[in-house]
Design a protein around this ligand. Sequence first.
Ligand SMILES: *Cc1c(COP(=O)(O)O)cnc(C)c1O
Length: 426
Amino acid sequence: MELFNLKDHSEKVSFSQAVVKGIGRDQGLFFPDHIEPLANIAELLDMPLAERSAKILRHLIGDEIPTLEAIVKDAFTFKAPIVKADENIYALELFHGPTLAFKDFGARFMARVLSAVKGDKDLTILTATSGDTGAAVAAAFYEQKGINVVVLYPKGKISELQEKLIATLGKNIKAVQVEGIFDQCQDMVKTAFDDAEFKERIGLNSANSINISRLLAQVSYYFEAVAQLPKEKREKVVFSVPCGNFGNITAGLIAKALGLKARFVISCNANDTVPRYLKSGNWEPHKTVATLSNAMDISRPNNWPRVEALVKMQGWKLSDFDFGSMSDEQTEKTMQTLYKKTGYIAEPHAAIAYQILADNLKEGETGIFLGTAHPAKFKSDVDRILNIDVPLPKALADKVSAESKSVVLKPDYETLKSYVLEALNK
Ligand SMILES: *Cc1c(COP(=O)(O)O)cnc(C)c1O
């Protein structure tokens, strides 16, 4: 697979190089300049998830990773079921993995690919989290040989469940509580990446959401969704994606470029830079506001250049997208109305995707909205809004009683550096 830096076309890398580098010169994203359609989609749709996904990823990536089939089988060990939520509308539930969010798909695939391509040198993933991403990364890299993970999070400022998911693992996963706020955690990480000597010494790597391996992994579940529909419903499918950094919808559009028949609805919360852009043609990010659907609280979505590149490459038009944005008040109302109507429990992100889909679905179409997180992950909000008591899945309930192993550090780079060198015996 050949990928180009979207900001500097002269920088060309293989898939393996893009996975290790993450981002290109000038903070440019890596992306292919051509996607070859799949020849045998009907046949692929009849296969089980892991087998089909391996074939799709092999088609996209090529021969670079000899163990790709084994990696996919080891990464995708949980289901992505579609569940009927309303008339002609299904939820694609992507939250049955270890940290109950769709990010498990991308993070688990990335961890295994990175481990396969990294060579003999040990790597250290250093990441700052305000909650979910750190949990998915920690779980994904747990016990991956030759890769250590250091997760920084602001002390007392993430949910107990999120902290448990990060801090109870141990072994190669080091949890660090910083006496400060998220921005200070992020600054410490940035300083580390600027420290060339330290970077080289510990094989510093980031595992963030712009890594191309994550997007490619996510292509798989769009096919899995359609595969579960009866054959007569596979022709007119509409996906509604709750968007934050627009990685998830980029994966859906790659599936479309591969030949999956579907159209896409862009669903946002009050952080509506893209919906306003699609309406007016002007790119005018506002200040990010906090909402109930906090994983979508992003006003400068970092994967948007990939969406534009793909639209251009395929000869599509931005005006082909339906889109919408919703306030917290509308989100709560949607959760209540849907629950009352059909009994389906949607957490805030999924509720937004459901409503904007319902508003744009045409006669004869089958709608699928992406359930990106388990309702139990947003338990306090979901319980309050729906007046219910969402049970925690068993795996998570066990976590809550496990003991956290984390260190507390001052928000200071030198302190972090000494801690990391000692913890990793470097
Ligand atoms: C990360 C996340 C999103 C947004 O996905 P993007 O790929 O960043 O657009 C939506 N919902 C949940 C629950 C998430 O964790």
